[in-house]
Design a protein around this ligand. Sequence first.
Ligand code: XUL
Ligand code: CO
Length: 438
Amino acid sequence: MSEYFNEIKKIKYEGPTSKNALSFKFYDPEKIVLGKTMKEQLPFGMAWWHALCNSGSDIFGAATADKTFGAAPGTMDHARAKVDVGFEFMEKLGIDYFCFHDADLVPEASDIKETNRRLDEITDYILEKMKITGIKCMWGTANLTNNPRYMNGAASSNSADVYCFVAAQVKKVLDLTVKLGGKGYVFWGGREGYETLLNTDIKFEQDNIANLMRMAVEYGRKIGFTGDFYIEPKPKEPMKHQYDYDAATAIGFLKQYGLDKDFKLNIESNHATLAGHSFQHDLRISAINGMLGSIDANQGDLFLGWDTDHFSSNVYDTTMCMYEIIKAGGLTGGLNFDAKNRRPSYTKEDMFYGFILAMDAFALGLIKAAKMIEDGRIDSFIQERYQSYGSGIGAEITSKKATLESLSAYAENLGAPALPGSGSQEMLESIINTILFS
Ligand code: XUL
Ligand code: CO
């Protein structure tokens, strides 16, 4: 089989002094950071939908990038060409994982039985490639947003027939995820929300979504899926309001419906910022609840109010992300580049530049996060900040021996309490800059 990127050789680490745009400046797969190789610390994934399907079209203009890969779109030849190009691309970048939607893999037929037959055929082919290359599946998901039948939602739809199609797609993608040895299954509720409360019964819709998730867990475990289910929170777009608004909302939902044992979260940077949080905030909320599972690695644009899915370049954010991951003891999934080239970046080389930028940004983030941890000043500042709970009345509070009466009596004897100690934010930010830039 001929190479598609025949002018581009395997991307190698050449270090920060290299002027070769097709080389890594910071991502050195075998370099040891905190006792593990960078490759182990950074389980990168390719998102099938962006890398192999997104051609830059938007509501104002046509495609700029050619993603036909020499085949007629809408055919199984095209589906196979995507597999060939995708595996060549991942091999050349040294990417170990991919993530997919059913709709990314094959053209949908009018009859779901024919769509499923096509999915069986293409995953046989993917499996062959996986065996040859050693590349693995990070997670699979069903596309429950594009087809017009999902206009009123998927598992939140008012139509029971539509709900059955959701079940059929989720069931099939669970089969495929198990077949491909995927580590996870993602629910991204793109149309699970509402446009207006004038036509919406939130409680009914949320019960139906949870019920579908329960059935998915039941079926998944029955067919031998041992990985994690993930919710990928996002506050809006395409819906005005989405039920999986942010990490805290999704965790509350999972606990309310008793799904928290089987589910973790797949946190996407650009979704967290759309919810009015930093990326680090949603990672921390997930981590402290034991639910930091996987990450859709990208970044948004401060000046735009939608999900722009830029390749990550902001090293401050990647550093805080890697800090959270290391502190949480790693991910059960990985770092999936749910990111796309800008529309005018339409060449084959641009596909590589996007991944090189982001892989280097996370490699730098890893190096700097390790430095933050080894430096220790941030951790010890936080520890000291709460030291009043280490003994005396503070220890009585944390050991739950205190009562409202005992604390009230203590306060009455205090007179005016001393000020609670400076937050010293500026000093801490200065430490971070020193770590980042020295
Ligand atoms: C959409 C998004 C999705 C999910 C998978 O905003 O992030 O691509 O990652 O359905
Ligand atoms: Co995503």
